[in-house]
Design a protein around this ligand. Sequence first.
Ligand code: HEC
Length: 410
Amino acid sequence: MTWFINLGITTKFTIILTFCMVGLFIFGALYGYQRQQKLIIMGEVDNARIIARQIIEAREYMSLVLTDEASHNYNLIPQVVATRIAQRITRSSSYYVRQVSLRFRNPANRPDPYEERELKGFADGATRETFQIIRGPKGESLRYLLPMMAEKSCLECHGRYESAPLFVQQLFPKGHPSYNYRPGEIIGAVSVTIPLAELYRAMTLNLRHDLIIRGGMFLLVLLVMGYIIHQAVINPISLVARSITRVARTGNFSDRIPQRGHDEVGQLIAAFNEMMAELERKTEQSRESEERYRNFIRMARSAVMTFMEDGKIVISNEKAERLVGKSRQEIIGEDFYHFIENGARLKGTIGSRLAAGEEGMIVETREYRILSASGGWRPFEIALSASRTEGKTLITAILRDISDQGSRRI
Ligand code: HEC
């Protein structure tokens, strides 16, 4: 996971957004596919129902208006008319329409296994359609069946053999299974088959276009958002980061970053600029006060040395330099206690005072002698004051010659 944390914000943003979008895409595509599929199937069921109803209506109309024309012309038998219409529809469209019966007269109306199963399933008196998606060798197809009931008018030719018209009797001899229906019995069904492969193909193509368009839009959103984040957040923040690195390296607090707005990033930049201004002022102040201090020491009438807790001298004045007979370059960095007779004892005293938390004037003594320029030890009065700044302790020693020679000279 650390590799992810170490990535740039834009990259992280892109990865997270891409994951979300791809997830949504997949979900959307699956959901869309299923919904479209359902819609297509429902639409096709509607189509099948309309076709079946039209066929039935055509047959019913024929049987309503015909008197005995059918006995001269076989093609006018309502059922034959309906069968022919179905054949014509099948020829001129991708739909496959026919009428089937378990006790068929026309061998062309013999049900296939699916139709046979459904026909057997229809209870007598049923008028309910059935449909199902069946996978065949040419892909999926919708199978639709609308059952037909034997009504009184049908029994004229489908009832008792003896009462059937002569031409029917001639065509279908006594004992043919297409006789002896009772009213309400299921006599057959209109069967519609609609191949779905082509429709699915069109739907998939549609969805693919849809996905391409959505993918394009997503890419655009990603680019625009990435650009905005880069401009509004990443750039200003890396400017701040670069500036801080530069300050840490050079100690120069004069850097300022142009503030473009008052949003969160703008506030960050404003705070940064303010902090830099404050630091610049502080450094300037402490530089000035240090300068003043150095001048003050330089002008002091006594010899003055400032050193750190370990004795390392950091500031000295001319009098001090003359006193020990060394140049400033030689003194700075030297150990103050080397110049003092019994320096270690003095160091101990100072150490214990500092450890006790004392500040200001901590030691004032005439007990020590100092190594003078001439090489001998000379008695001195030493006043030591300690000050703490920024966690560092500085000790300033004011040395006053109390030898006869010294009193004369200084
Ligand atoms: C005038 C006589 C006549 C009447 C009335 C009649 N039929 Fe038929 N029916 C036939 C004949 C003849 C066939 C055979 C058609 C063919 O050769 O395609 C047939 C075929 C059928 C078939 C197709 C299955 C098969 O046997 O080949 C069904 C289903 C059917 N009739 C239902 C009905 C229904 C329902 C009614 C009443 C609404 C009805 N028929 C009224 C004469 C008739």
